[in-house]
Ligand binder design. Structure first.
Ligand SMILES: [Zn+2]
Length: 255
């Protein structure tokens, strides 16, 4: 339970802090979406927000997460073109995620997963849209994972533990992909997936990694089957396995 809960009673939550956490979540969601959008469209990560259609800079007052979307009725104030609905989904999803993290995790884990989830969501989005896993995000997740596990005392044994966990996740996908290649003649996973699971593994335990991997496989299979039912013409279906890994890893701490 979060140390911020007064006497650990859910009905005695300090709602001011909860509203703050909710707001923080909306900002994180907005940032995460802008980060992914920047990678997908080859723009600078730190930039003034602009409309994807008319390219005009969005006013500061129109950058308030959730409220701005509702106030502007999901349209750009300059050209009146629709703003992507997924921006609102990101903001609402992160707000809810942060609140649940805050209620179920202690402060240290809350901070760790609040930060990691931003970069997992970026990879979720880039892999979903472009089948691309960004190296910057992988490095950020690794840094956060190591800092939160070693802080405030540097223990070199932890580095070895993390290296073994990384190898475990990396090899898990590498071996399955290699076997798949031997039998089918094609790669079963994307080249970035083994690096992603390797990095994700440093956040969790060996058992967690297996659960996350298997859950992602089940989600992937279900989505694959549904896609093929509705689109029988697809000959070589490529699914964003990295997105499934990121989604499961984000919600795993609260399951
Ligand atoms: Zn516009």
């Amino acid at each position: 339970m979060s140390p911020f809960l007064i006497e650990n009673q859910l009905f005695q939550i300090d709602y001011t802090i909860l509203i703050l956490v909710f707001s923080l979540g909306t900002i994180a969601g907005s940032f995460s979406h802008a980060f992914a959008d920047g990678i997908i469209h080859g723009r600078k990560i730190l930039r003034r927000s602009e409309c994807n259609h008319c390219k005009k800079t969005i006013l500061w007052a129109h950058l308030i997460p959730i409220f701005s979307y509702i106030y502007l009725k999901g349209k750009c104030s300059h050209c009146n073109k629709k703003i992507h609905f997924e921006i609102l989904i990101f903001e609402v999803y992160f707000a809810c995620l942060y609140v649940v993290f805050f209620l179920y995790l202690d402060l240290w884990y809350f901070l760790k997963f609040a930060l990691i989830s931003i970069f997992l969501a970026v990879i979720f989005e880039t892999d979903r849209k472009k089948l691309f896993i960004d190296l910057k995000c992988l490095i950020m997740i690794l840094i956060i994972s190591i800092v939160f596990n070693t802080w405030p005392y540097i223990n070199y044994k932890i580095f070895l533990d993390k290296l073994l966990l990384f190898s475990f996740g990396w090899l898990l996908i590498f071996i399955i992909s290699y076997l798949y290649f031997l039998f089918k003649g094609i790669q079963g996973f994307g080249s970035g997936d083994k690096w992603l699971l390797g990095i994700i593994s440093t956040i969790f335990t060996y058992q967690d990694v297996i659960y996350i991997f298997l859950s992602s496989c089940i989600i992937g299979s279900l989505i694959g089957i549904i896609t093929l039912i509705y689109n029988k013409s697809i000959a070589n279906l490529k699914l964003p396995f990295g997105s499934f890994l990121c989604f499961v890893s984000t919600i795993y701490p609260i399951l």
